[in-house]
Design a protein around this ligand. Structure first.
Ligand SMILES: Cc1cc2nc3c(=O)[nH]c(=O)nc-3n(C[C@H](O)[C@H](O)[C@H](O)COP(=O)(O)OP(=O)(O)OC[C@H]3O[C@@H](n4cnc5c(N)ncnc54)[C@H](O)[C@@H]3O)c2cc1C
Length: 400
């Protein structure tokens, strides 16, 4: 099918299936009537296999190429149509699912992938621990085999939406006598059991999307071990590459800052000169620089995707793209606040009745700070780039 035909097919499908009232909207938990429409939309997306469009059809996807998936995203974006299945599935579509595709048995793929691609189950990730973040291989949560099950004890932290997830992909120590990277395994366990207790952590942005998650004799079926016993580090490395890939800006999440180009927002808030340009020349230059960086980033994403065509493996380049996307998005948020001046940085307690847009932008600016931490920090990505791409010697950790 030509690119044009494919785009036409997507648009015809949207004509027939996308509820107009959801255009440029995101699900609002407080609006029950609207949630019913979102549910109808979810079912239609799931039927088309467009929740996880590049996955094989037998596992709930639509077997699209990466180019077609990009076109699908672009056509959805032009309509303001949000594909909310990857959001519903939490870490399922972007991280755990692709790793199951890479490492799972046929039985695991059939058991876990279709419901994930339909947005019917959400996955959280139990990686970080209070004493194991960047140095993840120091993790201490233990899993011991007892018959057909692993018994898990320990604590994870920063588990995004653990309280709303049905499944957890957890990295656990299965051989305490082995060197730290070698005695680790990756298990998948149901969250709805007595031995799992997620506790909410409240953040600076006012929301609580994270949990500390405690495992107290929690159970995972031996059949839900992903990859080989004690070889979970290989699985984790692949999963983290998928995570970085999802943070390169190729997976679109609703963003109030990105909804309007900086120069358009500037026109609404700031003075123009007699030539219709932004009067503040310094700010104008920085906005132009950000726009150029954003375009260069998009072209680099497209070039790397084209170079990788036919090779479905994610590459270390995801670390470069994750860092460049972070720099560009954080600069965009800073520039947005600067443009808004005294109308930026609103909070509920500001007392002068801020508008919804101002509040949402302040929250997104704060939330964006986490981009240089999540999925491996900015500095850790630079270590990976120096070692795996530039070939420089390891100076920080052994065996990564
Ligand atoms: C939005 C968000 C969502 C998250 N979701 C999850 C989740 O769902 N599941 C999960 O398990 N975890 C999650 N995390 C946790 C995340 O993976 C960790 O925060 C991250 O790996 C860093 O670990 P840390 O916080 O322990 O910081 P540390 O590892 O303690 O790092 C502290 C500082 O030291 C620097 N540093 C550390 N080691 C090196 C080094 N070798 N070289 C140079 N600098 C170094 C770091 O760059 C950082 O600046 C999430 C985090 C965020 C922000």
């Amino acid at each position: 099918m030509t690119q044009e035909n494919f785009r036409n097919t997507v648009n015809q499908w949207l004509d027939n299936n996308f509820p107009d009232e959801l255009a440029h909207q995101a699900p609002d938990a407080a609006d029950a009537a609207q949630l019913e429409i979102w549910e109808t939309w979810r079912q239609r997306l799931a039927e088309a296999g467009w929740g996880a469009p590049t996955w094989p059809k037998e596992y709930g996807g639509a077997a699209l190429s990466h180019d077609q998936a990009t076109m699908l995203r672009e056509e959805f974006s032009k309509r303001g149509a949000l594909n909310h299945i990857p959001i519903l599935a939490n870490m399922g579509v972007t991280m755990v699912g692709p790793t199951i595709l890479d490492y799972g048995t046929e039985a695991q793929k059939k058991k876990h992938l279709p419901a994930t691609a339909r947005g019917e189950i959400a996955w959280c990730l139990g990686l970080s621990e209070p004493n194991a973040g960047s140095d993840l291989a120091s993790l201490a949560t233990k899993a011991e085999l007892a018959g057909d099950q692993f018994v898990i004890n320990g604590q994870k932290i920063w588990t995004t939406r653990a309280h709303q997830s049905q499944w957890c992909g957890a990295v656990v120590r299965t051989d305490p006598s082995a060197t730290k990277h070698n005695g680790i395994s990756f298990v998948m366990l149901p969250m709805d059991q007595d031995g799992v207790e997620p506790r909410l952590i409240r953040l600076i942005s006012g929301s609580s999307p994270f949990c500390e998650t405690f495992f107290n004799d929690a159970r995972a079926d031996k059949a839900d071990l992903l990859g080989e016993l004690n070889d979970g580090w290989a699985v984790v490395k692949r999963l983290l590459q998928h995570e970085r890939q999802s943070q390169t800006g190729t997976v679109k999440r609703p963003s109030i800052i990105q909804q309007e180009p900086l120069y358009e927002r500037a026109k609404r808030y700031l003075q123009m000169d007699e030539q219709g340009r932004l009067a503040d020349a310094d700010l104008r230059t920085r906005i132009a620089e950000n726009l150029m960086q954003e375009n260069a980033h998009k072209l680099t994403v497209a070039r790397i995707a084209a170079e990788a065509a036919g090779n479905p493996k994610v590459s270390a380049a995801a670390s470069i793209l994750k860092n460049s996307n972070t720099i560009i998005r954080q600069a965009q948020a800073e520039l947005t606040l600067e443009i808004m001046g005294s109308q930026g940085l609103y909070w509920e307690s500001s007392g002068d009745n801020p508008g919804e847009e101002e509040l949402a932008i302040t929250r997104e600016w704060l939330q964006g700070k986490s981009a240089s931490i999540v999925g491996g920090t900015f500095e850790v990505q630079n270590n990976i780039i120096s070692k795996n791409i530039l070939g420089l010697p390891e100076t920080t950790q052994k065996n990564n």
